[in-house]
Write a new protein. Sequence first.
Lengths: 652, 175
Amino acid sequence: MVPEVGHFALILALFFSFALVVLPLLGASSGNRLLMLSGRSLSYGLFVMVSISFACLVYAFVTDDFSVAYAASHSNSLLPIYYKVSAVWGGHEGSLLLWVMMLAGWTLAIAIFSGSLPLPVQARVLAVMGFISIGFLLFMLLTSNPFDRVLPIPPADGSDLNPLLQDIGLILHPPILYMGYVGFSATFAFAIAALLTGKLDSAWARWCRPWANTAWLFLTLGIALGSWWAYYELGWGGWWFWDPVENASFLPWLVGTALIHSLAVSEKRGLFKSWTILLAIFTFSLSLLGTFLVRSGVLTSVHAFANDPDRGVFILGFLLVVVGGSLALFALRAPVVKNAPSFKWTSRETLLLSNNVLLMIIMITVLLGTLYPLIADALNWGKISVGPPYFNLFFIPLMGIICVLMVLGPVSNWKRTDPKRFVRVLAKPWALSLVVGLLFPIFYAEGYSWLAALSVFIGGWVIIGSLGDMWSKMRSNKSLRQGYRQLGLSYKGMIVAHIGIGVTAIGVCLNSLYSDLRDVRMEVGQVVQIEDWGFRLEDVYRVEGPNYIADEALVTVKHKDRFYREMKPQKRRYLSGGNIMTEVALDPGLFRDLYVAMGEPVSENAWAMRVHFKPFVRWIWGGAVLMAIGAGMAVADRRYRRRKSAPKKAAV
Amino acid sequence: MKQRLALFVPLGVFLLLSVLFFRGLFLDPNAMPSELVGREAPSFDLPDLLAPEQRVTEAVLKGEVTLLNVWATWCPPCRVEHPYLVDLAESGIPIVGVNYKDDTDAARDWLRDLGDPYIRTVIDASGRLGIDLGLTGAPETYLVDANGIIHYRHIGIVDDEVWEQTLKPLYESLQ
């Protein structure tokens, strides 16, 4: 009964979203206030219906209702309760429902928080959100209904959630990543509404910015969580693989980053308007493309769990309507600039433009690398896959240039900057980071690495330079404290986020340069020595978990001949599916991780083991957390809420 | 006007991409064309599983269109595939088996218990023939014509769908 309620609620949600498209749009074109206002209540209705539906699916999982086909194939009565809940989005149908749930949530948020928008704009924004819901709801109801039953004879037990997904990282990763993906639907809706009304002013950009920043915040966290999960769960010790699905989440991040910067120019200077609109369309299109790539099985990947041409054709059709439609609208309606306000070479506009151009170049190279195998196959050039060397070749130098320019942006002024200003503010940070960079390899390890010096220099430049800019802005006031108070929250957020980039850059580079990875055969009693660290395999024995049995290795770690700790990696066999999984033993640290994973047994008492020493690996995700905090600070800036009451009064 | 036209560029690029996506949807990302397609099957000289004193060579593949099936008792999908191979053999399709890196006693028990669909089975204990075939794993099935030329490689289980849609049409066209 409950699953049928869920199914029915989903159908009602579809009706709500149809109404959400038609009524507010009719209202906006005829100037009918009542119809325009209906958008808000319809958004509530849509949210309630999708929530009921989602709750019903959760209920089916928690109560082990294996007559629901989706639950039977993704859950198991032995699963702990929290994995039963997260198993709801462990497969195709459920993760789509989660997508729609997020979309309804964002629609509701727009309906609640956009009171300051002129009514016709709000109505159109909500209608666009409704249109996106229609697509996803139809997709679910027609091709991937999570409430399908196995009747009359339901299976006695479910076939279990993929053990790879039985993990805290994977409980959180999809919802947060989807928050990011779906969040860019808000800026997309704003962009389409702007094209429809033809009103593209700085007020428009100001409305967009908090939404874009929020979406970017979640996307950043989602990607970082995914990378962290891959690091400790897949047992290879890597944290980024340039896998198509990873790229699918990274592409919207790149364009989204360009978007939040270009929005700044559009708000403050009224420039790059069409470009900003285009970026808003691109960002959401790439989110949809990500969904298409993952869900259709067009590209093979460890992540892709649906491989069904019917679904692919539907998503492609939907993509064609949404992206093709919005790009056509853009081509017809985007403003053609007649006489743009001018700006000089040394202006902030130029720097932000170069940020955008570089990010777009990176995006295009990553997109090409991701799609090239598909293009080659479609054109019968044979099966090709593009490996990490290709991505690194472009990504690392371009990112380096971005890092160098990133510090100049906040220092510069709109229109034009006196070059002397750059020197005055940044000469000391430049010198300081240069010294730190050059000295670092001497003290850190034997053998001087110029690449390490360069990476620490560039990463340090971003961190120290950003702080230097903040320092100079604080100092221009009477007291430092007052100077600090006078800086806006969004400015501080930007500084924090930029520092995050520097931290991540240092983490990525030093980790790649200094990691010591040993994949060795270890017998009981044998020691593997990595610098000061000695790893001794003491014993291998059997342990039992709630839904698996495992071989566990006991490894004692010594640091400079002093006992440091025990590490216990496992090789698990899950009872229901017979899947084998490695459970990595980690000793995390601010400057290094120790990483031990079990491989296959090689002989009677010898095992293949991975013993890794990973310097600065935490910095990679720590930087991402800083970026997210920075984005959060920018969203919280009062500047974006001040004008809330005024237009409302005017409307009444 | 020129500027307006430039605004159509993103749309054009997108439409071009969608055509590629559409084609991509109907390609099987798992289909791996073999280097060996169109070439002669690698030569071998290996013992027969059921009569180890006899040697079997690539000559066994010649004379009629044959399936060459690589299997092992340690491979669960092979067990799934096996009954279908028995059906095929009963309908008169000649299949040559390659028992790949296996325990020969277990392999003999397997054929005794589950039925023997193969006209001959060779023991590839060292995996040498597997290397020559460019094997990615078991099971794998090759379609070889009467002259010993490989025409198709299928990775994974041969079932009704694979046979009816892919292998059978090829098999018949080679007759």
